[in-house]
Ligand binder design. Structure first.
Ligand SMILES: *Cc1c(COP(=O)(O)O)cnc(C)c1O
Length: 355
């Protein structure tokens, strides 16, 4: 790393708005990784990983925690550990677990069913109807997501989450929360993370998004569920050895990085406002509740691929999110100057593409 800043964005030639996963570890994380007490997590336990599991469980007011390589594995383990085969899992129809992780159904032996939603919140009437449908599959698990990635980082209100939990429990189903960005949601709602986690039996949080750890996620829940998930993690090949060297960055992430997420939310709002003014009426964005901006492109103009390419030419990295939609995510390496540079890049791309 001689002569380079380990905390700098991954692509110094561009403003990288593709995802908050591009964030690099902080200097304090590297220092903590170097000093972390280590053990064999497949034998008698890695002390740093165990400390992280206990910290996240305490923070979210759950009995126990399990360190996993990714939130994807955490979500899958939550399903496997809390269900019997041949039932169903209900998810909001645009949830990450439904659109991106549904292949897990082929491993779990369960049907995944999408429930229509608005701004990431399931339609409660449709949920109730599905839970009570005569002759339908037995619902084993109901999943929620906050902040909701595909709904532009929307944060469903706690009352909604409690209503979903009550409906699920009334039908004898467990409740899992895909809280990959739960700490962003807590900032947006101005509540403790545990208040959100209280709306579910199990919760998965991702450490490698806005929290800036290089890798890792934690699944928390009741002791019996986590013990079962720990055995299943081994089966999936998710048990790692001296994993404390990475878990140490996760400890630093949970202890120190949640507080600064409000900055990312502010920058997302600045970005959305700036984009809205590039070509009034042509580029339309959500009003971001957290750190995700969705920009809708003129429907009859150049598509997302053309915009992504043109923006790259102007030093702005974004992702296509459908045929005429772009996704932009703010994070620790995106300051006000970067946001303004991105807006300027959009202006130049619009000149090229829209004339
Ligand atoms: C990123 C993400 C995941 C998956 O997290 P990984 O750690 O990358 O596996 C799951 N759910 C949501 C909502 C996400 O945004």
């Amino acid at each position: 790393m001689t002569g380079t800043d380990a905390t700098a964005p991954s692509d110094p030639s561009g403003v990288d708005l593709r995802s908050d996963t591009v964030t690099r570890p902080t200097p304090a994380m590297y220092e903590r990784m170097r000093r972390a007490p280590l053990g064999d997590d497949g034998l008698d336990g890695d002390p740093t990983a165990r400390e992280l599991e206990a910290l996240v469980a305490r923070t979210l007011d759950k009995e126990a925690g399990l360190y996993v390589p990714t939130a994807t594995m955490g979500n899958l383990l939550a399903v496997l550990a809390q269900t019997e085969r041949q039932g169903q899992v209900l998810l909001e129809a645009t949830a990450h677990m439904f659109l991106t992780e549904r292949g897990g159904a082929t491993l779990a032996g369960l049907a995944y069913l999408g429930i229509a939603g608005t701004a990431g919140a399931m339609d409660l009437d449709e949920l109730e109807r599905t839970l009570r449908r005569p002759g339908g599959l037995r619902t084993e698990l109901v999943g929620m997501e906050t902040s909701h990635a595909n709904a532009g980082g929307a944060v469903p209100p706690l009352e909604h989450m409690r209503a979903v939990m009550e409906a699920a429990r009334g039908a004898g189903a467990r409740v899992h929360l895909d809280g990959a960005r739960l700490f962003n949601a807590a900032v947006a709602l101005e509540v403790a993370p545990a208040a959100i986690a209280g709306c579910a039996d199990s919760v998965a949080v991702c450490l490698s998004k806005g929290l800036s750890a290089p890798a890792g996620a934690v699944l928390v829940g009741p002791t019996a569920t986590i013990e079962r998930a720990r055995r299943l993690r081994k089966m999936l090949g998710g048990t790692q050895r001296q994993v404390g060297v990475v878990a140490a960055a996760g400890l630093e992430a949970i202890e120190t990085m949640a507080g600064r997420l409000a900055d990312d939310h502010r920058q997302a709002r600045r970005l959305a406002e700036g984009l809205g003014a590039v070509r009034p009426g042509a580029l339309r964005t959500n009003t971001p509740a957290t750190n995700i901006v969705l920009a809708d492109l003129p429907a009859h103009g150049p598509d997302s691929a053309a915009w992504t390419h043109a923006l790259r030419e102007h030093g702005v990295l974004v992702r296509a999110w459908g045929g005429h939609r772009l996704r932009l995510v703010t994070h620790r390496h995106i300051d006000t100057a970067a946001v303004d540079a991105a807006i300027a890049g959009f202006r130049r791309a619009a000149d090229t593409l829209l004339g």
